[in-house]
Write a protein that binds this ligand. Sequence first.
Ligand code: ATP
Ligand code: MG
Length: 452
Amino acid sequence: MVSHFGDGVTGLVNLGERSENCSLSLNMAGKKVTVAGWIQDTRNLGGIAFILLRDRTGVVQVTAVKKKMGDEIFSELTGIPRESILAVSGELKANDQVAGGFEILPDEFQILSQAETPLPLGIVDKVGVELDTRLNNRFLDLRKEQVLAVFQTRDLVLKGMREYLTGNGFIEVHTPKIVAAGAEGGSTLFPIEYFEKQAYLAQSSQLYKQMLMAAGFDRIYEIAPAYRAEQSDTVRHLAEFTSLDMEMSFIESSEDVMCVLEEMVAHTFDVVINHGIDQLDCLGVTLSKQKLPFPRVSFEKCIDMLSESGIKVQGDLDTEAEKKLGELMSEKHDSKLYFITDFPTELKKETFYAMRDPDNPHLTRYFDLAYKGEELVSGGQREHRYDVLVSQMQEMGANTDEFEFYLKAFKFGMPPHGGFGLGIERVLHMMLNLPNIRECVLFPRDMYRVVP
Ligand code: ATP
Ligand code: MG
């Protein structure tokens, strides 16, 4: 039998016979079990040694007694370097002196993979290590309990979002990531050689999800990588991030989109709060349920609020203004999450597909959702009228010939529609209060990093 030593989760090391759901527990006391995992630490007291064996479900103590094993085997077992993979068979014995309440008394063991020394990175050592060193040795860094907790939370966030969207009639789609035209402005496009043609890595699925509205898909979402050649080396920009894009038809205004978005976000918080108890605890994070609706404040009103507190804004909000706004929203509206609505047309120059306010063309029907000053989502109602869209593109200097494949979709029946793009890593960055967005990606890509 193969057993795992944490609670509840199975599926680590295949040692021949393998059964489902056989995590170690106290009620296996007296039985022989076989486990395999990484040697986290070995404490050798001379006649007795304690080996901590770890897998993704937890840590179990293997207690080796020299007298019982003989000198040679005892020193072989206790001499195996940390982070090697060891398989052990023996009796599971109750022992209330041990964390977890039991230990394994080994009869047999086998080294499945021996680790080199020294380790480039400690797994449980308390010494602080630079993020760069961690990322250079990411396969080791990912063995840390707290790092695993980030990715388990990421899994819950994605499950929560999918659950909400599926439950509300959205279907999951996948659009191309090799594209002929960018949707978010030329400055952050990664050009690629595509046979004889020039192509780019997709910055977002914007154009394609709109075409799916013309196709009558009605409600769709996509969770996929998006690529931005961001020249800014910040703690919240990646060159490759995971975007959740949603699009829905037959809306009356951007309010319809905001309602879906805030419900999805609140549901996601609930899922993490209810199912991520151990992970949040491991990361020292307390999350509270999000109250609906999130406050909605127009861009103009935000500028007034900032101005009252002594910050003058020229054009778009800079990082300082965004941060201050986050504080003001927390004070005035008691919410870390808030919508900034009615973005000025002037600030959405590259967003040629944004619908403008029919009563005031200087404003768009576009919003951002922010958390304590950090943008998580941009979205709004799109311009679905062919002629208006073409004239907005011309006004903004976009080459309409390049977008012919897209524009064509507006000529043969395009419903009013809207949607949003949400950065999954931005959501985790704020939810888990992590210092750097790179911690939310397994193998992050930025201006300087393309390896590992
Ligand atoms: P920002 O102003 O914060 O750079 P943006 O307005 O350029 O973002 P959008 O084009 O609105 O970004 O993209 C939608 C969402 O995708 C953003 O709200 C954000 O959550 C996420 N996102 C965009 N660019 C990045 C990036 N470089 N790294 C991580 N997430 C990103
Ligand atoms: Mg944006």
